[in-house]
Design a protein around this ligand. Structure first.
Ligand code: DGL
Length: 274
Protein backbone atom coordinates (compact mmCIF):
# COMPACT_ATOMS: atom_id res chain seq x y z
CA UNK A 1 0.00 0.00 0.00
CA UNK A 2 1.31 3.47 -0.84
CA UNK A 3 1.88 5.60 2.26
CA UNK A 4 1.23 9.22 1.36
CA UNK A 5 3.54 10.38 4.20
CA UNK A 6 6.40 8.94 2.12
CA UNK A 7 5.76 11.49 -0.61
CA UNK A 8 8.13 14.47 -0.82
CA UNK A 9 7.44 18.09 0.09
CA UNK A 10 7.62 20.49 -2.84
CA UNK A 11 9.45 23.75 -2.08
CA UNK A 12 9.85 26.56 -4.57
CA UNK A 13 11.38 29.98 -4.87
CA UNK A 14 12.36 32.45 -7.57
CA UNK A 15 15.93 31.17 -7.24
CA UNK A 16 18.47 30.33 -4.57
CA UNK A 17 16.95 32.33 -1.70
CA UNK A 18 14.35 29.69 -0.83
CA UNK A 19 17.20 27.45 0.24
CA UNK A 20 17.11 29.33 3.56
CA UNK A 21 13.58 27.96 3.98
CA UNK A 22 14.49 24.47 2.72
CA UNK A 23 17.39 24.46 5.19
CA UNK A 24 15.03 25.17 8.06
CA UNK A 25 12.66 22.39 6.94
CA UNK A 26 15.62 19.98 6.79
CA UNK A 27 16.56 20.97 10.34
CA UNK A 28 13.12 20.74 11.89
CA UNK A 29 11.71 17.70 10.06
CA UNK A 30 14.80 15.73 9.01
CA UNK A 31 12.94 12.60 7.83
CA UNK A 32 11.16 14.43 5.05
CA UNK A 33 12.07 14.22 1.40
CA UNK A 34 12.16 17.53 -0.51
CA UNK A 35 11.86 18.41 -4.18
CA UNK A 36 13.12 21.98 -4.56
CA UNK A 37 12.64 24.19 -7.59
CA UNK A 38 14.46 27.51 -8.04
CA UNK A 39 13.37 29.65 -10.96
CA UNK A 40 16.88 30.87 -11.67
CA UNK A 41 16.12 31.72 -15.31
CA UNK A 42 13.37 34.19 -14.40
CA UNK A 43 14.60 35.61 -11.09
CA UNK A 44 14.01 38.26 -9.72
CA UNK A 45 10.29 38.07 -9.02
CA UNK A 46 10.57 41.13 -6.79
CA UNK A 47 10.30 43.58 -9.68
CA UNK A 48 7.55 41.73 -11.60
CA UNK A 49 3.78 42.09 -11.75
CA UNK A 50 1.17 40.01 -9.94
CA UNK A 51 0.09 38.42 -13.26
CA UNK A 52 3.60 37.31 -14.15
CA UNK A 53 4.42 36.03 -10.67
CA UNK A 54 1.15 34.08 -10.58
CA UNK A 55 1.73 32.56 -14.02
CA UNK A 56 5.26 31.48 -13.07
CA UNK A 57 4.07 30.06 -9.75
CA UNK A 58 1.32 28.02 -11.42
CA UNK A 59 3.84 26.48 -13.81
CA UNK A 60 6.09 25.55 -10.90
CA UNK A 61 3.22 23.96 -8.99
CA UNK A 62 2.41 21.88 -12.08
CA UNK A 63 6.04 20.80 -12.28
CA UNK A 64 6.23 19.89 -8.57
CA UNK A 65 3.04 17.87 -8.84
CA UNK A 66 4.72 15.57 -11.35
CA UNK A 67 6.74 14.39 -8.31
CA UNK A 68 3.52 13.57 -6.43
CA UNK A 69 4.39 15.99 -3.65
CA UNK A 70 2.14 15.77 -0.59
CA UNK A 71 2.30 19.49 0.12
CA UNK A 72 3.90 22.63 -1.30
CA UNK A 73 5.81 25.38 0.48
CA UNK A 74 5.98 28.69 -1.35
CA UNK A 75 9.39 29.65 0.02
CA UNK A 76 9.45 32.98 -1.82
CA UNK A 77 8.01 36.03 -0.03
CA UNK A 78 7.11 37.72 -3.31
CA UNK A 79 5.26 34.65 -4.65
CA UNK A 80 3.58 34.19 -1.26
CA UNK A 81 2.44 37.82 -1.42
CA UNK A 82 1.04 37.69 -4.95
CA UNK A 83 0.26 34.12 -5.97
CA UNK A 84 -0.59 32.10 -2.87
CA UNK A 85 -4.28 33.10 -2.82
CA UNK A 86 -4.78 31.92 -6.39
CA UNK A 87 -2.76 28.74 -5.91
CA UNK A 88 -4.72 27.83 -2.77
CA UNK A 89 -7.95 27.94 -4.74
CA UNK A 90 -6.66 25.75 -7.55
CA UNK A 91 -4.72 23.05 -5.77
CA UNK A 92 -5.92 19.85 -4.09
CA UNK A 93 -3.03 19.46 -1.61
CA UNK A 94 -2.08 21.70 1.33
CA UNK A 95 0.03 24.72 0.38
CA UNK A 96 1.68 27.23 2.70
CA UNK A 97 3.62 30.43 2.21
CA UNK A 98 6.16 32.29 4.33
CA UNK A 99 4.35 35.59 4.88
CA UNK A 100 1.62 34.57 7.33
CA UNK A 101 4.04 32.72 9.64
CA UNK A 102 6.41 35.71 9.62
CA UNK A 103 3.59 38.13 10.39
CA UNK A 104 2.44 35.97 13.30
CA UNK A 105 5.87 35.83 14.96
CA UNK A 106 6.36 39.59 14.57
CA UNK A 107 2.93 40.31 16.06
CA UNK A 108 3.84 38.19 19.08
CA UNK A 109 7.33 39.65 19.41
CA UNK A 110 6.63 43.38 19.37
CA UNK A 111 6.37 45.25 22.64
CA UNK A 112 5.91 48.83 21.40
CA UNK A 113 3.69 47.87 18.42
CA UNK A 114 6.13 49.28 15.85
CA UNK A 115 7.13 46.63 13.34
CA UNK A 116 9.42 47.06 10.35
CA UNK A 117 9.33 44.85 7.26
CA UNK A 118 12.08 44.67 4.68
CA UNK A 119 11.64 42.85 1.37
CA UNK A 120 11.49 43.19 -2.38
CA UNK A 121 9.68 46.10 -4.03
CA UNK A 122 6.79 43.77 -4.90
CA UNK A 123 6.41 42.36 -1.38
CA UNK A 124 6.53 45.78 0.26
CA UNK A 125 4.21 47.26 -2.40
CA UNK A 126 1.66 44.49 -1.79
CA UNK A 127 1.29 45.54 1.88
CA UNK A 128 0.68 41.87 2.61
CA UNK A 129 2.63 41.83 5.87
CA UNK A 130 0.69 44.88 7.07
CA UNK A 131 -2.57 43.15 6.25
CA UNK A 132 -1.74 39.93 8.15
CA UNK A 133 -0.22 41.74 11.15
CA UNK A 134 -3.27 44.00 11.43
CA UNK A 135 -5.54 40.94 11.48
CA UNK A 136 -3.68 39.73 14.57
CA UNK A 137 -2.84 43.05 16.16
CA UNK A 138 -4.98 45.96 14.85
CA UNK A 139 -3.07 48.42 17.03
CA UNK A 140 0.31 47.70 15.43
CA UNK A 141 2.00 50.16 13.09
CA UNK A 142 3.94 48.60 10.24
CA UNK A 143 6.72 50.29 8.32
CA UNK A 144 7.79 48.71 5.04
CA UNK A 145 11.09 49.32 3.30
CA UNK A 146 12.10 47.77 -0.02
CA UNK A 147 15.79 46.81 -0.12
CA UNK A 148 16.37 45.77 -3.75
CA UNK A 149 20.17 45.75 -3.54
CA UNK A 150 20.30 43.14 -0.79
CA UNK A 151 19.53 40.18 -3.10
CA UNK A 152 22.39 40.82 -5.55
CA UNK A 153 24.78 41.50 -2.66
CA UNK A 154 23.86 38.17 -1.07
CA UNK A 155 24.16 36.33 -4.37
CA UNK A 156 27.60 37.86 -4.87
CA UNK A 157 28.58 36.34 -1.53
CA UNK A 158 29.08 39.76 0.14
CA UNK A 159 27.38 38.59 3.35
CA UNK A 160 29.90 40.34 5.57
CA UNK A 161 31.40 43.19 3.65
CA UNK A 162 31.80 46.95 4.07
CA UNK A 163 29.72 47.51 0.91
CA UNK A 164 26.80 45.57 2.38
CA UNK A 165 27.22 47.43 5.69
CA UNK A 166 27.00 50.77 3.92
CA UNK A 167 23.93 49.87 1.83
CA UNK A 168 22.23 48.36 4.86
CA UNK A 169 22.90 51.51 6.89
CA UNK A 170 21.21 53.61 4.19
CA UNK A 171 18.18 51.34 3.87
CA UNK A 172 17.69 50.82 7.58
CA UNK A 173 18.34 54.31 8.98
CA UNK A 174 14.70 55.40 8.61
CA UNK A 175 13.52 52.31 10.46
CA UNK A 176 15.93 53.09 13.28
CA UNK A 177 14.64 56.68 13.45
CA UNK A 178 11.04 55.44 13.73
CA UNK A 179 12.07 53.32 16.74
CA UNK A 180 10.72 49.95 15.60
CA UNK A 181 11.39 47.11 18.04
CA UNK A 182 10.78 44.22 15.61
CA UNK A 183 12.00 43.75 12.06
CA UNK A 184 10.79 41.05 9.66
CA UNK A 185 13.38 39.75 7.22
CA UNK A 186 10.69 39.54 4.54
CA UNK A 187 12.82 38.15 1.73
CA UNK A 188 14.42 34.74 1.40
CA UNK A 189 17.93 36.14 1.03
CA UNK A 190 17.99 38.34 4.10
CA UNK A 191 18.61 35.67 6.76
CA UNK A 192 22.04 35.31 5.14
CA UNK A 193 22.88 38.89 6.14
CA UNK A 194 21.22 38.55 9.54
CA UNK A 195 24.37 39.57 11.40
CA UNK A 196 24.83 42.74 9.31
CA UNK A 197 21.21 43.79 9.85
CA UNK A 198 21.40 42.91 13.57
CA UNK A 199 24.56 44.99 14.02
CA UNK A 200 22.96 48.03 12.39
CA UNK A 201 19.56 47.76 14.07
CA UNK A 202 21.07 47.24 17.51
CA UNK A 203 20.22 44.95 20.40
CA UNK A 204 16.79 46.39 21.12
CA UNK A 205 15.35 45.17 17.81
CA UNK A 206 14.12 41.59 17.40
CA UNK A 207 14.80 40.18 13.94
CA UNK A 208 12.19 37.77 12.62
CA UNK A 209 13.15 35.11 10.08
CA UNK A 210 9.85 33.76 8.67
CA UNK A 211 11.59 30.52 7.61
CA UNK A 212 11.73 29.20 11.16
CA UNK A 213 8.03 29.63 11.84
CA UNK A 214 7.13 28.36 8.36
CA UNK A 215 8.94 25.08 9.02
CA UNK A 216 7.29 24.83 12.45
CA UNK A 217 3.81 25.38 11.01
CA UNK A 218 4.56 22.96 8.19
CA UNK A 219 5.41 20.27 10.72
CA UNK A 220 2.24 20.98 12.67
CA UNK A 221 0.13 20.81 9.51
CA UNK A 222 1.72 17.51 8.43
CA UNK A 223 1.13 16.02 11.87
CA UNK A 224 -2.49 17.11 11.90
CA UNK A 225 -3.09 15.54 8.47
CA UNK A 226 -1.18 12.33 9.23
CA UNK A 227 1.35 13.29 6.58
CA UNK A 228 4.47 13.56 8.75
CA UNK A 229 7.24 11.15 7.78
CA UNK A 230 8.25 9.34 10.95
CA UNK A 231 10.97 7.06 9.61
CA UNK A 232 14.31 8.21 8.17
CA UNK A 233 14.76 7.74 4.43
CA UNK A 234 16.54 4.59 3.29
CA UNK A 235 20.32 4.90 3.05
CA UNK A 236 21.41 6.01 -0.39
CA UNK A 237 17.96 7.25 -1.34
CA UNK A 238 17.66 10.57 -3.03
CA UNK A 239 16.25 12.54 -0.08
CA UNK A 240 16.75 16.01 -1.52
CA UNK A 241 16.30 16.78 -5.20
CA UNK A 242 17.04 20.18 -6.69
CA UNK A 243 15.78 21.59 -9.96
CA UNK A 244 16.37 24.97 -11.55
CA UNK A 245 15.37 26.71 -14.76
CA UNK A 246 18.96 27.77 -15.54
CA UNK A 247 22.53 27.65 -14.25
CA UNK A 248 22.49 24.37 -12.35
CA UNK A 249 26.22 24.48 -11.55
CA UNK A 250 26.07 27.97 -10.09
CA UNK A 251 23.01 26.99 -8.07
CA UNK A 252 24.76 23.90 -6.73
CA UNK A 253 27.73 25.97 -5.63
CA UNK A 254 25.53 28.47 -3.79
CA UNK A 255 23.41 25.70 -2.26
CA UNK A 256 26.50 23.99 -0.90
CA UNK A 257 27.55 27.21 0.81
CA UNK A 258 24.37 27.31 2.89
CA UNK A 259 23.16 23.73 3.21
CA UNK A 260 25.33 21.31 5.11
CA UNK A 261 24.23 18.08 3.45
CA UNK A 262 26.45 18.12 0.36
CA UNK A 263 24.29 18.75 -2.67
CA UNK A 264 25.70 16.61 -5.40
CA UNK A 265 23.49 17.64 -8.24
CA UNK A 266 20.92 20.11 -9.46
CA UNK A 267 19.10 19.55 -12.70
CA UNK A 268 17.99 22.16 -15.23
CA UNK A 269 14.45 21.78 -16.57
CA UNK A 270 12.41 23.83 -19.02
CA UNK A 271 9.73 25.31 -16.78
CA UNK A 272 7.92 26.86 -19.76
CA UNK A 273 6.80 23.34 -20.68
CA UNK A 274 4.55 23.13 -17.61
N1 DGL B 1 12.82 35.09 -3.30
C1 DGL B 1 12.42 36.47 -3.36
C2 DGL B 1 11.62 36.84 -2.14
O1 DGL B 1 11.69 36.21 -1.11
C3 DGL B 1 13.61 37.39 -3.53
C4 DGL B 1 14.27 37.35 -4.87
C5 DGL B 1 13.40 37.85 -6.01
O2 DGL B 1 13.19 39.07 -6.16
O3 DGL B 1 12.91 37.01 -6.73
O4 DGL B 1 10.89 37.79 -2.17
Amino acid sequence: MINIADAPIGVFDSGVGGLTVAREIMRQIPNERIVYFGDTARVPYGSKSRETITRFSKQIVRFLKTYDVKTIVVACNTASAYALDTLEKEIDIPIIGVVKPGAKVASDATRNGKIGVIGTEATIGSQIYTQYIKEINPEATIYGKACPLFCPLVEEGLWQDPVTDEIARRYLSELIDIDIDTLILGCTHYPLIHSTVAKIMGEGVTLVNPAYETARELKEMLEKNNLLQTTPPALGSNQYQFFVSDGAEKFKHFANSIIQYGILSAKTINIEEY
